[in-house]
Design a protein around this ligand. Structure first.
Ligand SMILES: *[C@@H]1O[C@H](CO)[C@@H](O)[C@H](O)[C@H]1NC(C)=O
Ligand SMILES: *[C@@H]1O[C@H](CO)[C@@H](O)[C@H](O)[C@H]1NC(C)=O
Ligand SMILES: *[C@@H]1O[C@H](CO)[C@@H](O)[C@H](O)[C@H]1NC(C)=O
Length: 368
């Protein structure tokens, strides 16, 4: 498979037949993230303590077996990609990944337990932090360069879409746990600044590697995940944790605006669904849910049940629960989150055949 000049190819495609896809260079996505976006990397990290490798993970996806997603169904990035017409990338560690598949559908580097900071998630023993994910991405670029040459490679990576979705673990599995040094070294604001400084470096690295169209997902109301609630005597959301997410989102939004304004030909955007998810949690009925405070999958009445396993009991109707397990939203909640991000950012259906000329397209171009 060759990734030749896109405009020439477009002409050829229009003259000959539509759909000779293997000859073209698809617009694909590269996804960097944590368990909210993992589609299988941790399944292959055999020493990781965060692996969705047992039923009932994946029960509402494909053949219903565990597939590497920390959910009963799809991730937010799955749904956004589907809705704007981008192929779903395989996990970086999937053994079937090769150059052709990368050119066809991109790569997903997301890893459960990973954070913006290298030190985040150390308790899980194995995970890819964002720096590590970028390092792996660099390796992917080398592979592609050897396959299709420097010029086509630059073009391929510049026309791709990028998602960066980390941060929850930097709080939940770092700052908020006293076993981590960061928890006593920093104040709330100091830690947020440290995260933003690190994220800025990482986004600039990605820009240097060709990323031009990128979205950073914000954090949800982390203080309302079932695990955080069960740690309080009242069962209420932890306001302190929610405020950390709100401050992260504010700072990240500003960072993305600044970067996008300063880097040429670059659309780096911030998308969050905090307010919507908060409303879903406070008024589940309004959105067709009947539970927004406990996991659908629990080990009997034992809480917190840190993971979902075969002996766990499932709720009767999985589409009526906001949360699938102690940490992660259900497929249906993810769909609402994806729709909210699509709405907020005005993302629209991407037409594969004309997407190459998008730099000249006005506002309807996705991610612009
Ligand atoms: C983070 O980890 C990467 C390797 O994945 C390393 O290259 C980098 O120097 C580390 N950065 C910091 C700040 O520790
Ligand atoms: C921006 O993109 C246009 C069109 O692709 C290109 O001609 C121009 O050189 C780019 N500018 C920079 C600064 O990269
Ligand atoms: C995609 O194609 C449809 C119909 O073919 C068109 O209406 C729409 O404007 C196109 N979108 C973009 C972003 O070019």
């Amino acid at each position: 498979m060759e990734c030749s000049d896109a405009r020439m190819l477009l002409v050829v495609l229009m003259i000959v037949v539509a759909g000779s896809r293997q000859a073209s260079c698809n617009v694909v996505q590269f996804i960097f993230g944590d368990s909210l976006s993992d589609v299988g990397n941790n399944m292959y990290l055999t020493r990781s303590l965060a692996r969705p490798s047992l039923p009932w993970y994946g029960i509402d996806f494909g053949n219903g077996l565990p597939n590497g997603r920390f959910s009963n169904g799809r991730t937010v990035a799955d749904i956004i990609g589907d809705k704007i017409g981008l192929p779903r990338p395989l996990a970086f560690l999937d053994p079937s990944l090769n150059e052709d598949i990368i050119l066809e559908s991109g790569v997903n580097y997301a890893s459960g337990g990973g954070g913006i900071l290298n030190e985040t998630g150390g308790l899980f023993l194995q995970r890819f932090s964002l720096y590590k994910q970028i390092e792996l991405f660099r390796g992917t670029q080398e592979l592609i360069r050897n396959k299709i040459g420097a010029e086509a490679t630059d073009k391929f990576f510049q026309q791709s879409f990028y998602i960066v979705a980390l941060g929850s673990n930097d709080f939940i599995n770092n700052y908020l746990l006293p076993v981590y040094r960061d928890s006593w070294k920093y104040s709330d604001d100091g830690f947020n600044e440290y995260l933003m400084m690190t994220l800025e470096q990482q986004l600039k690295l990605l820009h240097g590697l060709g990323a031009r169209r990128l979205i950073v997902f914000g954090l949800g109301p982390m203080g309302c995940i079932p695990l955080q609630r069960v740690l309080t005597s009242s069962g209420d959301c932890q306001e302190k944790t929610n405020n950390l997410a709100i401050n992260f989102n504010k700072a990240a939004e500003k960072l993305l605006q600044d970067l996008s304004g300063n880097l040429p030909n670059t659309s780096f955007r911030f998308g969050d669904a905090y307010d919507m998810v908060n409303d879903v949690i406070s008024n589940p009925d309004k959105y067709g849910f009947d539970n927004s405070d406990s996991p659908c999958c629990t080990i009997g009445r034992i809480r917190p049940s840190l993971t979902c396993i075969p002996v766990s009991r499932l709720c009767k109707d999985r589409s009526k629960y906001v949360f699938w397990d102690e940490y992660h939203p259900s497929d249906r909640a993810n769909e609402l989150i994806a729709d909210e991000i699509i709405r907020k950012l005005g993302l629209s259906q991407l037409n594969t055949t004309n997407s190459f000329s998008q730099s000249t397209a006005p506002s309807p171009a996705p991610f612009s």
